[in-house]
Design a protein around this ligand. Structure first.
Ligand code: NAD
Length: 432
């Protein structure tokens, strides 16, 4: 535990206006923050340990760096995806997430998961307003498809040399609060990149031309995170006799029906899916917020927020499960190539294309969801969760080393996984 002795008391008149903060080194910034917040020597020592991310690299990845936040990386076993065994690195702070994937995958190991993608296409949007003849403007822009292709492809010769580039143009006339809006979609194959920067550059490059063709004023030029041209899909059939019989199967199907019908339930259902998905996205240095935004927007595409997975009973009585969601992930770009942990995790996964990575991630989301629904429909989520969570509670109570297991065991056996109980149990152990 960090010492509670502050190096200095927080300044009475604290100001967050710190001139030139961004120009200082991480250590200089940390000293300023320590003085501001009254951090102790041990807290400062802890924050200044960058772990396995070089301070220079961390300082280049984001602004105003003072430290890093380490998250455990666990490996999900038992996954067989499209006939190939895969070990899945998952970066998460939440207990039970990795175990859930291992358990689900073990129950379907022989058949495994089957996956596919709809493509690698990203969408960039260019917004034009104040267009007097929006429907005619739409046709004028569509007529410039080849000019748009030339403009976009010229932005990224590397991407084009790899087989990517502009694939299509769509123009929508939106009826907005501010009147008709002409929105051009650039549909771009971004190959093994997530592609945000790539398509944003293209959107900015074509903007003055779209302003001219439309006769309006262009404001926003940026990708859409609703990457519905980049869907990843996974399916698996859990045999009813391998998962505990028809009652368990029917409980899982009913849990899906609940999520399908009710946004309150669907939010939690999909959160569980994202437990698995985000963990692989983070482990591979991809953008968790982009994936979250895309997933939830896709879940609401009908106008009603619903489940990202589906469960059905096959003709032979087994449980057929499937997932489909946008997964704009890359092997290059952003932190994927720069972060050494991301590089090592990609090597563990053996994914050599962004497509394969997306397919693996979809399978992990499905596995995660199966485990959660099975637990919820049978013993409840707390039984499995609490065994791991009890260890966290024991540590929160101050247990170290062997005390952690000992305290956690008492909490679980007594069905009272609570901080106050952990403190009492720890005190008892220490008294001997
Ligand atoms: P990037 O621009 O860093 O790299 C992509 C570029 O790498 C391509 O344009 C291409 O020139 C090159 N490249 C080399 N090898 C390639 C290959 N095999 N396939 C494809 N391209 C290859 O990254 P990006 O993927 O364009 O953007 C991702 C980053 O953008 C992430 O860090 C994300 O967080 C950030 N971002 C996201 C949003 C959003 O989601 N709304 C907005 C802005 C930025």
């Amino acid at each position: 535990m960090p010492s509670s002795t502050p190096r200095s008391t927080p300044r009475a008149n604290r100001s967050s206006r710190i001139a030139g903060f961004h120009k200082k080194s991480p250590r200089e910034r940390l000293d300023l923050v320590a003085a501001f917040a009254g951090l102790s020597d041990s807290e400062v020592a802890h924050l200044s340990d960058f772990g396995n991310l070089a301070p220079d690299l961390a300082d280049r990845l984001i602004e105003n760096v003072i430290g890093t936040m380490n998250v455990p990386v666990g490996i999900a076993t038992n996954m067989r995806i499209d006939g190939e065994d895969v070990l899945i690195p998952m970066a998460t702070e939440e207990s039970s997430v990795v175990a859930a994937v291992c358990n689900a995958a073990r129950q379907v190991y022989e058949d495994g998961f089957t996956t596919s993608v709809s493509g690698n296409l990203m969408i960039a949007q260019v917004q034009a307003v104040g267009v007097s003849d929006p429907h005619a403007a739409r046709l004028r822009i569509l007529a410039q498809r080849e000019a748009l292709r030339t403009l976009c492809d010229a932005c990224d010769p590397v991407l084009v040399s790899l087989g990517g580039g502009l694939r299509d143009v769509e123009v929508r006339v939106l009826d907005s609060l501010g009147g008709a809006m002409v929105v051009t979609h650039l549909i771009v194959d971004t190959r093994d990149a997530m592609g945000a920067n790539a398509v944003n550059t293209m959107a900015e490059a074509v903007a003055p031309h779209i302003a001219g063709w439309s006769g309006g004023r262009v404001y926003l030029r940026i990708l859409s995170n609703l990457a519905d041209r980049r869907l990843a899909r996974a399916q698996a059939v859990w045999r009813t006799d391998a998962i505990g019989g028809p009652e368990v199967r029917d409980g899982i199907v009913s849990a899906y029906h609940f999520a399908e019908a009710d946004p309150y339930r669907a939010a939690t259902h999909n959160k569980g899916i994202m437990n698995g998905i985000d963990a692989v996205v983070l482990a591979t240095g991809n953008d968790t917020r982009a994936i979250e935004a895309g997933a939830h927007a896709y879940a609401a595409r009908s106008g009603r927020y619903t489940s990202l997975t589906r469960y059905e009973v096959t003709a032979s009585g087994d449980l057929s499960a499937s997932i489909e969601l946008p997964l704009a992930v890359g092997l290059v770009g952003g932190a994927t190539k720069l972060h050494p942990t991301a590089q090592a995790c990609l090597k563990i996964l053996g994914a050599t294309t962004a497509e394969r990575l997306a397919r693996i991630i979809a399978a992990v989301g499905l596995a995660q969801n199966f485990s959660a629904l099975k637990a919820l429909a049978t013993t409840g989520i707390q039984k499995g969760h609490m065994a791991l969570h009890a260890q966290n509670i024991a540590m929160m109570a101050g247990a170290v080393g062997e005390e952690i297991e000992a305290v956690a065991r008492v909490l679980v056996e007594g069905h009272r996984v609570r901080l106050d109980v952990a403190q009492d149990v720890l005190a008892g152990i220490r008294r001997g």
